[in-house]
Design a protein around this ligand. Structure first.
Ligand SMILES: [Zn+2]
Length: 245
């Protein structure tokens, strides 16, 4: 089972980079005084991605299991940080509700420019969406220069909605379990065989139990090109949700 190729190193990077994200967010949280400043703060947090991609790439292949797991974990941390920043801003300005017509228009225009999100998205998909929304937003404000402050206000609420939907899939009972399962397939679909083949085939998936009773999924994979086999374990910490509904 090649679940932990270099556990010590991966954990060190996760801890260090995770702390960096959290500290960065904590320092900026509550500071933005306007929607424009809140958007700028989100972009600053977003740019931390470069740093942990660099740190991860020094030790792990970005298409190898440890690299994928590490980036996914840090992407989730980043996305939660973005949500926290936006939430703090919106809660500090409770009387400022955005114009709903404008918010609807913005959501429609944003959706037109991006792919629909799967039911249980992985954090990087949501981050791509946020990135593409920033780009779309630039086009929209260029066409409507008089409405920039109102549009920025609507964007903050729109982005908070995007981040909130993701966090719900990771925290709500049952949803969080299905989200864990969706992520297994996402990890496998990005995994590359050392022979150069882009994709593994999932031969079997089995629900297993460790000696302490904790459940995990075991995926047995085979490379279509060279025939190499490998097995990956995915923890299912929320499996018990399935029996509590
Ligand atoms: Zn291969």
């Amino acid at each position: 089972m090649d679940q932990t190729e270099s556990p010590g190193q991966a954990e060190k990077i996760l801890e260090r980079e995770g702390k960096h994200i959290d500290a960065f967010v904590a320092e900026r949280r509550g500071r933005p005084a306007s929607p424009a400043e809140a958007i700028a703060a989100v972009e600053d947090v977003f740019n931390l991605r470069r740093r942990y991609f660099g740190a991860t790439g020094e030790h792990f292949g970005l298409l190898e299991l440890e690299g994928i797991r590490l980036i996914d974990a840090l992407d989730e941390r980043l996305l939660r940080g973005i949500r926290e920043l936006l939430k703090a801003f919106v809660e500090a300005h409770p009387r400022r509700i955005p114009d709903l017509k404008l918010l609807g228009m913005l959501a429609d225009k944003m959706a037109a420019g991006s792919r629909p999100m799967p039911q249980y998205p992985i954090a990087f998909m949501v981050l791509f969406t946020i990135r593409s929304h920033f780009e779309r937003f630039q086009e929209i404000v260029t066409a409507k220069p008089d409405e920039v402050p109102e549009l920025e206000h609507a964007l903050v609420h729109h982005l908070l909605g995007v981040a909130d939907r993701y966090v719900q899939t990771r925290e709500r009972p049952v949803m969080r379990h299905f989200s864990d399962v969706a992520r297994e397939y996402s990890v496998v679909s990005r995994l590359k065989c050392p022979c150069g083949e882009e994709k593994y085939e999932v031969k079997t998936q089995s629900l297993c139990q460790r000696s302490d009773g904790s459940p995990y999924d075991r995926l047995d994979l085979q490379c279509r090109a060279c025939g190499a086999r490998r097995s990956i374990a995915f923890d299912l910490p929320h499996f018990k949700d399935m029996y509590q509904v």
